[in-house]
Ligand binder design. Structure first.
Ligand code: HEC
Length: 101
């Protein structure tokens, strides 16, 4: 519970608005914010399965654009207001590899 609180504080804080979010911040964001729709283990919920095997048709560039701009006319929101392009690229790499490098 305490960790969740800290993560939420970090999430609403200025850390994510800057260019260089820490890897931990980004992993937390993916698990909690993306996970709220795509499922905690990202295997699908309201949104589809976004584990690596389901995203193999994406390259990092396309995937980070999907994260930044969302998918129009669907529940998939644009994250550009919260994430820099560098952050989105890290998230895309994380999603494709299942591990943030
Ligand atoms: C409010 C719910 C919601 C949240 C939060 C959300 N998504 Fe989505 N996402 C969706 C929905 C719904 C779709 C399917 C859109 C469609 O019908 O094509 C989707 C689609 C996607 C796709 C495309 C999947 C494919 O197979 O083409 C990716 C990638 C994705 N989301 C990544 C993310 C990431 C990364 C985050 C967190 C930064 C995130 N989503 C947060 C609802 C959400």
């Amino acid at each position: 519970m305490r960790n969740l609180l800290i993560a939420l504080l970090m999430w609403s804080g200025p850390a994510l608005a800057s260019d260089a979010s820490s890897t931990d911040d980004l992993i937390n964001l993916v698990k909690q914010d993306c996970g709220s729709c795509h499922g905690l283990t990202l295997k699908g919920g309201l949104g589809p399965d976004i584990r690596p095997q389901s995203l193999s048709h994406y390259d990092v560039e396309t995937l980070s654009t999907v994260v930044l701009d969302g998918i129009p006319d669907t529940a998939m929101p644009p994250w550009r207001p919260l994430l820099s392009e560098a952050d989105a690229q890290k998230i895309a790499e994380y999603l494709l590899q299942g591990d943030l490098k």
